[in-house]
Ligand binder design. Structure first.
Ligand SMILES: Cc1cc2nc3c(=O)[nH]c(=O)nc-3n(C[C@H](O)[C@H](O)[C@H](O)COP(=O)(O)OP(=O)(O)OC[C@H]3O[C@@H](n4cnc5c(N)ncnc54)[C@H](O)[C@@H]3O)c2cc1C
Ligand code: FES
Length: 260
């Protein structure tokens, strides 16, 4: 895994809890795929000691972008990084999403910061001429991000929120089955950010025989396969096996992930 010191072009607060950072990627010399992430050093100080994993939100010709939720010590420290500073990041890490070249319509199911991971899929889909249908779930409309970005990439967006009482699993299921799948052949489902919605996506994919993928977000220590802090269970036939999200993932086939 390569370490890069990327020039920060901007780092701005975009809502009460979320920040958006753009870095120069001209010296990366590596293709970055949707679903892959970087292990980011949040500050020049000893603490926070561990790097934090952040998905690529947008992948452009000379820049990459991150969208991050300010959660604890690491992401709070990241908000102090200013344009002109350099970001110490390792990557790109992990296996990203696979977008089938023959797909015509895909469904994205994202909750909260899961949109940061799936937005890059919508961007790649648009470039391949694939139409995205996106279920965006959040606590409130204020907490929703990237809607315009998704629409710019041709996505039809369905917003559900807790505040409006529309984000319950039954309603999301109704939207997917009645408003989307009843009239459109969905070729693949991609999901990230919520266990409840991931379980729902898995059951719909299973019922309608649609292939799917999920990006898992586990706490990470090393981010390079050495510490096993990020393991999760994957179904292999009749048995389960433990995999490391940082190296074997973070993207896995939706039908294989054990979500009890
Ligand atoms: C692949 C991946 C992609 C992600 N992409 C995004 C994204 O695009 N945007 C976004 O906002 N968030 C993303 N996240 C979540 C993000 O990494 C966390 O919100 C962030 O690490 C929180 O750091 P913090 O210091 O602010 O929070 P805190 O909660 O203070 O610290 C979390 C950190 O605690 C440490 N930790 C806690 N428990 C353990 C453990 N059992 N083993 C090892 N270390 C532990 C780790 O360093 C961990 O990162 C992603 C996570 C993963 C795994
Ligand atoms: S984070 Fe250390 S093995 Fe995955």
């Amino acid at each position: 895994m390569q370490r890069h010191l990327a020039n920060v072009l901007s780092n701005k607060q975009v809502s009460s809890r979320y920040w958006h950072m753009v870095v120069d990627s001209t010296n990366l010399n590596k293709t970055v795929n949707p679903g892959q992430f970087f292990q980011v050093r949040c500050a020049d100080t000893y603490f926070p000691f561990l790097r934090r994993p952040l998905s690529v939100y947008r992948i452009n010709e000379n820049t990459i972008e991150f969208l991050y939720l300010v959660k604890g010590q690491g992401t709070s420290a990241m908000t102090k990084i200013q344009a002109g500073h350099s970001l110490d990041m390792m990557g790109p890490v992990g296996e990203g999403f696979r977008l089938d070249r023959s797909a015509q319509n895909i469904l994205l199911v994202a909750r909260g910061v899961g949109v940061a991971t799936l937005a890059a899929v919508a961007q790649a889909a648009y470039r391949q001429g694939v139409k995205s249908y996106a279920i965006m779930s959040a606590r409130s409309r204020d907490d929703l991000l990237a809607i315009e970005f998704l629409e710019d990439y041709g996505a039809e967006v369905f917003i559900v929120t807790e505040d409006e009482g529309t984000s319950d699993v039954e309603n999301v299921k109704r939207i997917i089955k009645e408003d989307i799948c009843a009239t459109t052949v969905i070729d693949a489902i991609y999901t990230c950010g919520s266990r409840r919605l991931s379980k729902l996506s898995q059951s719909i994919a299973n019922e309608l025989h649609i292939p799917g993928e999920i990006a898992l977000e586990e706490h990470m220590g090393c981010g390079m396969g050495a510490c096993f802090s990020c393991v999760c269970d994957i179904r292999e036939g009749d048995t389960t096996k433990s995999v490391r999200v940082c190296t074997e993932g973070p993207v896995f086939p939706l039908d294989k992930v054990v979500m009890e």
